[in-house]
Design a protein around this ligand. Structure first.
Ligand code: OOG
Ligand code: MG
Length: 263
């Protein structure tokens, strides 16, 4: 049995590592008794700490590791999820300083914003679509607190699925206007194509990933709430960010989104 003290301590170490921007060791080696359920408890604790210390609130959720590209890149074979906070949101076209980051990466995503609560355990793709207010292009900045961005599924869940910042497009699109399987995506770095993909790379349909998460959340007494945003997971591998870089993601039919980075 793992002690409550240990859960608190791991959450606090993760919080400190992010705040001071340093890497830490994975926890599974030191605590072999950690499992997925405990990892999500640590994540909840970490979110509580961040909401209190940073005076912010939950703005939504994120899925991670929902595409083959990302699972293969990270050596993990199951999706994860995490929480988005209001102070992680960055505006479209922003110039972002890399100073607060440890070793950040960026990835293209499709964001869903909800007009209704979604409660498991029997959520279907149709339920997710019905509850969606709109979709919009997004990018996520991830910044694992672990050394060399290296982790197990348990570690990454404790670390709130590497979440750091998110950027949403300003235009809103109805789900009926988009093809959530075939919608193409072109991800560019400094004007050149870095990767291409389609919405179906996310578990066949990003709404399936969101249904999967809703059905998992209920076991922990949680659900997606009206007004919340959900990032459905990267459509391509993530790319490391350096100062001076500019990234653009363009989606068939829902436009594009740009960010650049500075010292
Ligand atoms: C975990 C988070 C992955 C995504 O969209 O796949 C993620 C990681 O790779 O660090 O956000
Ligand atoms: Mg992501």
């Amino acid at each position: 049995m793992i002690k409550t003290d240990t859960i608190d301590q791991i959450a606090y170490e993760l919080y400190q590592a992010e705040r001071e921007a340093y890497e830490i060791n994975k926890f599974v080696d030191q605590y072999p008794e950690l499992d997925l359920a405990i990892a999500y408890e640590i994540q909840d604790k970490l979110i509580n700490i961040k909401c209190q210390k940073e005076n912010t609130v939950i703005s939504g959720r994120k899925l991670g590791l929902t595409s083959k590209a990302k699972q293969e890149m990270m050596g993990v074979h199951e999706p994860s999820y995490g929480v988005l906070l209001d102070n992680m949101k960055i505006d479209e076209d922003a110039v972002i300083s890399i100073k607060p980051f440890i070793h950040a990466k960026i990835e293209p995503e499709i964001a869903f914003v909800f007009k209704k609560d979604i409660k498991g355990p029997f959520v279907s793709i149709a339920d997710v679509l019905e509850a969606t207010d709109y979709v919009t292009p997004a990018m996520e900045i991830i910044d694992s607190r672990y050394k060399n961005f290296n982790f197990t599924l348990i570690d990454v869940i404790a670390d709130n699925s590497s979440s750091s910042r998110y950027i949403l497009g300003s235009k809103r699109y109805k789900v009926e206007e988009v093809d959530l399987e075939l919608m193409g995506c072109v991800f560019k770095k400094n004007g050149e194509i870095f990767a291409t993909s389609a919405a179906g790379s996310i578990m066949g349909n990003p709404a399936r990933a969101i249904a999967w998460m809703a059905n998992k959340l209920i076991a922990r007494g949680q659900h997606i709430k009206a007004g919340e945003v959900v990032l459905s997971g990267a459509l391509t591998g993530a790319e490391a960010i350096a100062k001076g870089d500019q990234f653009t993601v363009s989606f068939d039919g829902i436009g594009s989104l740009k960010v650049s980075f500075t010292e």
